[in-house]
Design a protein around this ligand. Structure first.
Ligand SMILES: Cc1cc2nc3c(=O)[nH]c(=O)nc-3n(C[C@H](O)[C@H](O)[C@H](O)COP(=O)(O)OP(=O)(O)OC[C@H]3O[C@@H](n4cnc5c(N)ncnc54)[C@H](O)[C@@H]3O)c2cc1C
Length: 410
């Protein structure tokens, strides 16, 4: 790391140390690349870890492979994490249902259910042991100057950083994306997702369940404890606001009724949080000396639990392309190198985005012919093993054009 009048020089600047930015930093850091990691929030060393994180994430087998590659998986799995062997999806209006079982494809699990905070804390702990990584926290980028051979980033505390590439991993409201003038093609779903962790009367049996209601899906995601689930309830914003403000007793009754008592009574619930939902895709994933990864490049509906998984694939792909370029003596921040990343990931993300979009509209339509079609379609799908196997491989994140670190079963 060199400091001169133009500021501190590093190989790569990463803005945002969420799961995607932190994983990307770890992938590059272990390859000996020097990094300035900028994070807007302050570190919270005294955070009370006994309070459950209301945000739990479905993590695919592909993401497991990427996290293994950076030696994070054992640290995460050393804690209590949920595995789902089966998935059950059904429609409130009708008879249609689909059941997926990992045994059908000779796999022990379809994926994992993990508290978002556990993954992020494990990544941050690993990064703190890497001498290739320097943290700038709390700090936010306020200025971006691009030159032919470098990029300069000014922070809100007055410091300046110079590198050959800046990577934005600062989430869906990315400041770096705005500073670079990259526009976002965005569609507001007019839905919010309410999340919480609940204890149910009946055990979940390691099955991820999703019931499609007329205003959006309600998922119960099995956590490590046999009767604990993370819930994700996508609904109209006004309904989500109502649910957020309900007293606990009424909230439990509403939830039981919306889930048709599938897991019996709701015994207890933790903190609730709500997130507005939109689909978004950045017009460009890269410019000369700049690339976007994770939610700074795209946001998807949580119904398939894939947002962070797609982001980890972005991170692994870009890291592989950059490391290969370095080995060949090429400038990893040059547009010609970054364009390969954009061509690779933009199409893949768009393909997944359209699958989720199709599912969302198919399940939300109240029109009789569509309702009939989806119920019949689900029954047909449930009876065709090849189709179900195809869907399971997609849900495990093992389909499509994957970076080397995410490829292959088991
Ligand atoms: C209700 C809900 C349920 C979901 N469930 C799943 C699921 O089951 N599985 C799944 O894969 N995905 C899921 N997702 C999607 C997932 O949460 C996101 O895709 C994921 O968090 C994106 O990670 P990221 O690191 O790109 O961005 P973020 O998580 O948004 O992280 C961005 C980081 O950048 C920092 N930052 C922000 N602004 C700045 C700035 N100006 N300067 C510096 N730092 C900045 C932030 O503090 C943060 O640390 C869900 C989303 C929602 C809303």
């Amino acid at each position: 790391m060199i400091t001169n009048n133009a500021g501190t020089s590093v190989d790569v600047i990463i803005a945002g140390a969420g799961i995607v930015g932190a994983a990307f930093a770890a992938l590059l850091g272990r390859a000996g690349i020097s990094i300035a990691l900028i994070e807007a929030t302050a570190a919270e060393p005294d955070k009370d870890k006994s309070v459950a994180d209301p945000r739990v994430l479905a993590i695919t087998r592909a993401s497991e492979k990427i996290l293994r590659k950076i030696n994070i998986w054992d640290r995460i799995a050393g804690n209590r994490i949920g595995c789902f062997r089966e998935m059950h999806v059904w429609d409130e209006n009708g008879h249609g249902q689909i059941h997926f079982d990992s045994a059908a494809i000779c796999e022990s699990t379809l994926g994992y259910i993990i508290e978002s905070r556990l993954i992020q804390d494990s990544l941050h702990a690993a990064l703190s042991n890497m001498d290739t990584i320097k943290w700038y926290r709390p700090a936010r980028p306020v200025l971006l100057e691009k030159y032919d051979d470098s990029v300069v980033l000014g922070l809100d505390d007055g410091r300046r950083l110079r590198s050959r590439l800046i990577v934005a991993a600062d989430g869906s409201n990315s400041a770096v994306r705005e500073l670079a003038g990259i526009t976002l093609d965005s569609h507001d779903y007019r839905q919010s997702a309410l999340v919480s962790v609940v204890t149910t009367e009946k055990p979940h049996g390691d099955i991820a369940r999703q019931r499609f209601l007329s205003y959006g899906p309600l998922a119960f995601l099995p956590m490590a404890e046999p009767s604990r689930c993370g819930i994700v309830w996508s609904t109209r914003p006004e309904h989500a606001a109502e649910l957020m403000n309900m007293d606990m007793g009424r909230f439990h009754l509403e939830l039981e009724s919306a889930f048709a008592g599938t897991l019996g009574r709701i015994i207890s619930s933790g903190t609730r949080a709500s997130f507005p939902l939109r689909r978004a895709q950045a017009e460009h994933y890269c410019q000369h000396r700049l690339a976007l990864i994770g939610d700074s490049a795209h946001s998807v509906h949580p119904l398939a639990g894939q947002g962070v998984n797609l982001g980890l694939l972005d991170a692994a792909t870009l890291a592989e392309i950059m490391i290969e370029a370095r080995l060949k003596g090429r400038d990893a921040g040059a547009y010609s190198v970054l364009r390969r990343y954009e061509r690779w990931r933009k199409g893949e993300n768009y393909r997944m985005m359209m699958i989720f979009e199709g599912l969302k509209y198919l399940f939300e339509s109240e029109a009789c012919p569509v309702r009939w079609l989806r119920n019949t379609g689900m029954d047909i799908m449930d009876s065709v093993p090849v189709l179900k196997e195809w869907i399971m491989v997609q849900a495990m994140g093992l389909a499509g054009d994957l970076p080397a670190s995410a490829r292959g079963l088991s």
